[in-house]
Design a protein around this ligand. Structure first.
Ligand SMILES: [Zn+2]
Length: 279
């Protein structure tokens, strides 16, 4: 089956993994901007990273048969530096205009601070003005508190819920996210976050409407084939095929289609690896 991976950090992954994803049916992905492991000290470091992911990673992915799009943003962790965050957000426009950028993200909360909230609100406003989808990161600690605060901000700001994916939901938060009208992301990790079994149980309880599963794979312990394992689990647990399709294809397709730039090509044929010359 054809799978869309709606949230993955392929900059941190290897070419072997692109090939494994392709073999498993993953044909399109979206890579949100995120923290790179150390806090950046200059606005220019963000702009170079945006340029790298928009102009290089999509070329690398296509070489392995995967149509790669991006979400661009000032991430919540580094948004704690208020001066830096302002300069980055002030200069983000041209990167949001890029043909491979289909969303603003990931924005949200890390430690749920006023500075993080300022960057979050400002970027929600930018996304609203541009009618762009938004990928929202909920915090690892105090997840319920952070998620409820995010949902309040969305409600009070009258932001368009159909264009917002509130990500990394758990059993604790999923009901609130779905009740808000936003899309709900579920992240599957090998040890932390959700397992395929927990996704299966949550889908049985809450259904598959507006729910998207992702791997959020990065340079930590994570697995870019998480969605394949979820498909296997859902089938073993007897979920209808339409539910499986919703979770790993239909809902991501519908969500990102709010961007006219989202036109995934599921038929990219990887070039011969021996003769291909990387530009
Ligand atoms: Zn992420």
């Amino acid at each position: 089956m054809t799978i869309i991976e709606p949230h993955v950090h392929m900059l941190a992954r290897t070419t072997d993994e692109y090939q494994a994803m392709y073999r498993a049916g993953i044909r399109a992905c979206v890579e949100p901007s995120f923290w790179l492991g150390t806090n950046r000290r200059y606005p220019g470091s963000f702009f170079d990273a945006f340029h790298l992911v928009l102009d290089f990673e999509c070329v690398r992915a296509a070489r392995y048969g995967i149509d790669h799009y991006c979400a661009i943003a000032m991430n919540p962790k580094e948004a704690e530096d208020k001066v830096l965050a302002k300069e980055v957000i002030d200069g983000i426009g041209p990167y949001l205009d890029h043909p491979r950028c289909v969303a603003v993200g990931e924005i949200g909360f890390n430690l749920i601070t006023p500075n993080e909230e300022e960057a979050l609100v400002r970027q929600l406003q930018i996304a609203e003005e541009r009618k762009m989808p938004v990928v929202l990161h909920t915090p690892h600690q105090n997840k319920l508190k952070g998620t409820l605060r995010i949902l309040d901000i969305i409600k009070n700001g009258h932001f368009t819920v159909e264009r917002i994916d509130v990500d990394h939901n758990t059993e604790e938060t999923i009901k609130y996210t779905l009740d808000s009208g936003c899309y709900a992301g579920m992240t599957v990790y090998p040890f932390s976050k959700l397992s395929p079994e927990r996704v299966s149980a949550m889908v049985r309880q809450y259904g598959s409407r507006r729910v998207m599963v992702n791997s959020s794979a990065d340079w930590g312990i994570s697995d870019p084939l998480s969605l394949v394992r979820v498909v296997e689990r859902l089938r073993l647990d007897g979920h209808p095929e339409s539910t499986v399709q919703d979770l790993v294809f239909n809902n991501a397709m519908a969500f990102y289609s709010a961007s006219p730039k989202w036109k995934p090509d599921f038929e990219i044929v990887p070039p011969d690896p021996i003769t291909y010359q990387h530009r």
